[in-house]
Design a protein around this ligand. Structure first.
Ligand code: SIN
Ligand code: MN
Length: 211
Protein backbone atom coordinates (compact mmCIF):
# COMPACT_ATOMS: atom_id res chain seq x y z
CA UNK A 1 0.00 0.00 0.00
CA UNK A 2 1.32 3.45 -0.88
CA UNK A 3 1.12 6.51 1.36
CA UNK A 4 -1.65 8.05 -0.74
CA UNK A 5 -3.81 4.96 -0.13
CA UNK A 6 -3.52 5.29 3.68
CA UNK A 7 -6.74 4.23 5.41
CA UNK A 8 -8.76 7.04 7.05
CA UNK A 9 -8.16 7.25 10.81
CA UNK A 10 -10.64 5.48 13.08
CA UNK A 11 -12.26 8.12 15.28
CA UNK A 12 -12.89 7.48 18.96
CA UNK A 13 -16.38 7.69 20.47
CA UNK A 14 -17.13 10.59 22.79
CA UNK A 15 -16.89 10.14 26.54
CA UNK A 16 -19.22 12.41 28.44
CA UNK A 17 -17.86 14.14 31.49
CA UNK A 18 -20.05 16.74 33.19
CA UNK A 19 -21.79 17.49 29.87
CA UNK A 20 -18.46 17.98 28.05
CA UNK A 21 -17.85 15.57 25.17
CA UNK A 22 -14.29 14.27 25.28
CA UNK A 23 -12.84 12.53 22.22
CA UNK A 24 -9.53 11.07 23.44
CA UNK A 25 -7.03 10.72 20.62
CA UNK A 26 -9.29 12.12 17.90
CA UNK A 27 -6.28 13.15 15.82
CA UNK A 28 -3.69 10.71 14.47
CA UNK A 29 0.00 11.52 14.90
CA UNK A 30 0.22 12.54 11.22
CA UNK A 31 -2.80 14.85 11.62
CA UNK A 32 -1.26 16.44 14.71
CA UNK A 33 1.97 17.11 12.79
CA UNK A 34 0.01 18.64 9.90
CA UNK A 35 -1.83 20.89 12.35
CA UNK A 36 1.42 22.06 13.92
CA UNK A 37 2.75 22.97 10.44
CA UNK A 38 -0.43 24.97 9.75
CA UNK A 39 -0.15 26.69 13.14
CA UNK A 40 3.46 27.65 12.43
CA UNK A 41 2.23 29.51 9.34
CA UNK A 42 -0.45 31.27 11.42
CA UNK A 43 2.04 32.29 14.12
CA UNK A 44 4.47 33.57 11.46
CA UNK A 45 1.75 36.05 10.38
CA UNK A 46 0.23 36.71 13.82
CA UNK A 47 2.93 36.23 16.48
CA UNK A 48 2.13 34.93 19.95
CA UNK A 49 1.81 37.72 22.51
CA UNK A 50 1.60 37.82 26.31
CA UNK A 51 -1.77 39.32 27.27
CA UNK A 52 -2.44 41.34 30.43
CA UNK A 53 -5.55 40.79 32.51
CA UNK A 54 -7.80 43.85 32.86
CA UNK A 55 -6.34 44.10 36.39
CA UNK A 56 -2.89 44.56 34.84
CA UNK A 57 -1.40 41.14 35.64
CA UNK A 58 0.40 39.25 32.87
CA UNK A 59 -1.30 35.99 31.87
CA UNK A 60 1.01 32.96 31.97
CA UNK A 61 -0.17 31.66 28.58
CA UNK A 62 0.94 33.27 25.34
CA UNK A 63 -1.74 33.60 22.70
CA UNK A 64 -2.75 34.54 19.21
CA UNK A 65 -5.74 33.81 16.97
CA UNK A 66 -6.91 32.95 13.49
CA UNK A 67 -10.24 33.84 11.92
CA UNK A 68 -12.31 37.00 11.53
CA UNK A 69 -11.99 37.63 15.27
CA UNK A 70 -9.25 37.07 17.81
CA UNK A 71 -9.66 37.11 21.56
CA UNK A 72 -7.60 39.74 23.34
CA UNK A 73 -7.18 40.95 26.88
CA UNK A 74 -5.63 44.17 28.14
CA UNK A 75 -6.40 47.08 30.49
CA UNK A 76 -9.55 47.78 28.43
CA UNK A 77 -10.92 44.32 29.25
CA UNK A 78 -11.54 40.94 27.63
CA UNK A 79 -13.01 41.10 24.14
CA UNK A 80 -12.96 39.92 20.56
CA UNK A 81 -11.03 42.11 18.14
CA UNK A 82 -10.73 42.04 14.35
CA UNK A 83 -7.05 42.91 14.66
CA UNK A 84 -3.94 41.55 16.37
CA UNK A 85 -2.49 43.87 19.06
CA UNK A 86 0.18 44.80 16.47
CA UNK A 87 -2.59 46.10 14.17
CA UNK A 88 -2.98 43.53 11.38
CA UNK A 89 -6.00 41.31 10.67
CA UNK A 90 -5.80 37.69 11.88
CA UNK A 91 -4.87 34.95 9.37
CA UNK A 92 -7.64 32.64 8.14
CA UNK A 93 -8.47 29.51 10.15
CA UNK A 94 -6.65 26.60 8.43
CA UNK A 95 -8.88 24.06 6.63
CA UNK A 96 -7.44 21.23 8.76
CA UNK A 97 -8.88 22.93 11.84
CA UNK A 98 -12.24 23.76 10.21
CA UNK A 99 -12.58 20.06 9.32
CA UNK A 100 -12.37 19.08 13.00
CA UNK A 101 -15.06 21.63 13.92
CA UNK A 102 -17.34 20.37 11.15
CA UNK A 103 -16.93 16.78 12.33
CA UNK A 104 -17.69 17.32 16.03
CA UNK A 105 -19.51 20.63 16.61
CA UNK A 106 -23.02 19.57 15.53
CA UNK A 107 -23.77 23.04 14.14
CA UNK A 108 -24.09 24.41 10.59
CA UNK A 109 -22.21 27.58 11.41
CA UNK A 110 -18.43 27.78 11.06
CA UNK A 111 -16.20 29.17 13.80
CA UNK A 112 -15.24 32.85 13.56
CA UNK A 113 -12.33 32.59 15.98
CA UNK A 114 -9.63 30.03 16.60
CA UNK A 115 -7.90 31.12 19.80
CA UNK A 116 -4.42 29.62 20.09
CA UNK A 117 -3.06 29.34 23.63
CA UNK A 118 0.53 28.25 24.27
CA UNK A 119 1.40 26.88 27.71
CA UNK A 120 5.08 26.74 28.57
CA UNK A 121 6.27 25.09 31.78
CA UNK A 122 4.45 26.67 34.74
CA UNK A 123 1.67 28.24 32.65
CA UNK A 124 -1.92 27.75 33.76
CA UNK A 125 -5.38 29.13 33.20
CA UNK A 126 -7.69 29.85 36.12
CA UNK A 127 -11.29 28.65 36.25
CA UNK A 128 -13.39 30.84 33.97
CA UNK A 129 -16.45 30.81 31.72
CA UNK A 130 -16.33 31.50 27.97
CA UNK A 131 -18.98 34.19 27.73
CA UNK A 132 -17.76 36.89 25.37
CA UNK A 133 -19.70 35.30 22.47
CA UNK A 134 -23.19 36.41 21.37
CA UNK A 135 -24.88 32.99 21.01
CA UNK A 136 -24.42 30.37 23.74
CA UNK A 137 -26.33 27.77 21.69
CA UNK A 138 -23.11 27.52 19.61
CA UNK A 139 -20.49 25.22 21.15
CA UNK A 140 -16.82 25.84 21.81
CA UNK A 141 -14.51 23.12 20.45
CA UNK A 142 -11.08 22.61 22.02
CA UNK A 143 -8.12 20.80 20.45
CA UNK A 144 -5.02 19.86 22.48
CA UNK A 145 -1.51 19.43 21.05
CA UNK A 146 1.79 18.71 22.77
CA UNK A 147 2.29 18.17 26.49
CA UNK A 148 -0.54 16.89 28.67
CA UNK A 149 -2.72 19.47 30.42
CA UNK A 150 -4.74 18.96 33.60
CA UNK A 151 -8.20 20.31 32.75
CA UNK A 152 -10.58 21.16 35.56
CA UNK A 153 -14.34 21.34 35.12
CA UNK A 154 -16.53 23.28 37.52
CA UNK A 155 -20.11 24.44 37.48
CA UNK A 156 -22.16 27.13 35.81
CA UNK A 157 -22.05 29.17 39.01
CA UNK A 158 -18.83 29.89 40.89
CA UNK A 159 -17.66 27.32 43.46
CA UNK A 160 -18.91 23.82 44.14
CA UNK A 161 -17.27 20.49 43.41
CA UNK A 162 -14.96 20.21 40.41
CA UNK A 163 -13.70 17.27 38.38
CA UNK A 164 -10.37 16.99 36.56
CA UNK A 165 -9.12 15.12 33.54
CA UNK A 166 -5.83 15.04 31.69
CA UNK A 167 -6.05 16.26 28.09
CA UNK A 168 -3.48 14.58 25.84
CA UNK A 169 -2.11 15.55 22.46
CA UNK A 170 -4.72 14.88 19.76
CA UNK A 171 -7.70 15.08 22.13
CA UNK A 172 -10.79 17.06 21.15
CA UNK A 173 -13.30 18.38 23.67
CA UNK A 174 -16.71 19.86 22.85
CA UNK A 175 -18.19 22.36 25.29
CA UNK A 176 -21.78 22.67 24.16
CA UNK A 177 -25.31 22.41 25.54
CA UNK A 178 -25.28 22.20 29.34
CA UNK A 179 -21.47 22.40 29.35
CA UNK A 180 -21.33 25.66 27.38
CA UNK A 181 -21.24 27.98 30.40
CA UNK A 182 -19.48 25.70 32.85
CA UNK A 183 -16.36 27.05 34.48
CA UNK A 184 -13.17 25.39 33.26
CA UNK A 185 -9.43 25.92 33.37
CA UNK A 186 -5.99 24.34 33.20
CA UNK A 187 -4.26 23.71 36.56
CA UNK A 188 -0.91 22.76 35.06
CA UNK A 189 0.80 21.03 32.21
CA UNK A 190 3.10 18.00 32.48
CA UNK A 191 6.33 19.02 30.72
CA UNK A 192 8.05 16.39 28.64
CA UNK A 193 5.00 14.19 28.08
CA UNK A 194 4.89 14.74 24.29
CA UNK A 195 7.46 14.95 21.52
CA UNK A 196 5.12 16.76 19.12
CA UNK A 197 6.46 20.27 19.74
CA UNK A 198 10.27 20.31 19.45
CA UNK A 199 10.61 22.94 22.20
CA UNK A 200 7.97 21.27 24.41
CA UNK A 201 4.90 22.88 25.93
CA UNK A 202 1.21 22.64 25.13
CA UNK A 203 -0.90 24.27 22.44
CA UNK A 204 -4.63 24.50 22.89
CA UNK A 205 -6.96 25.70 20.17
CA UNK A 206 -10.49 26.83 20.99
CA UNK A 207 -12.88 27.38 18.13
CA UNK A 208 -15.74 29.77 18.71
CA UNK A 209 -18.70 31.31 16.89
CA UNK A 210 -18.49 34.91 18.04
CA UNK A 211 -21.48 36.78 16.54
C1 SIN B 1 -9.55 27.84 27.33
O1 SIN B 1 -10.42 27.63 28.14
O2 SIN B 1 -9.56 28.85 26.61
C2 SIN B 1 -8.40 26.90 27.17
C3 SIN B 1 -8.61 25.55 27.74
C4 SIN B 1 -7.42 24.65 27.51
O3 SIN B 1 -6.29 25.14 27.41
O4 SIN B 1 -7.60 23.42 27.42
MN1 MN C 1 -12.24 28.86 28.10
Amino acid sequence: MTDSAEAPPIRPKAQEIRDFLHYPGWLSGAEQMALVADLRAVVAQAPLFSPMTPQGRPMSVRMTSAGRFGWVSDRRGYRYSETHPAGMPWPAIPETILAIWRAVSGTDRDPECCLINFYGEGARMGLHQDRDEADFTQPVVSISLGDDGLFRIGNETRGGATQSLWLHSGDVLVMGGAARLRHHGIDRIAPGTSLLLPQGGRLNLTLRVVT
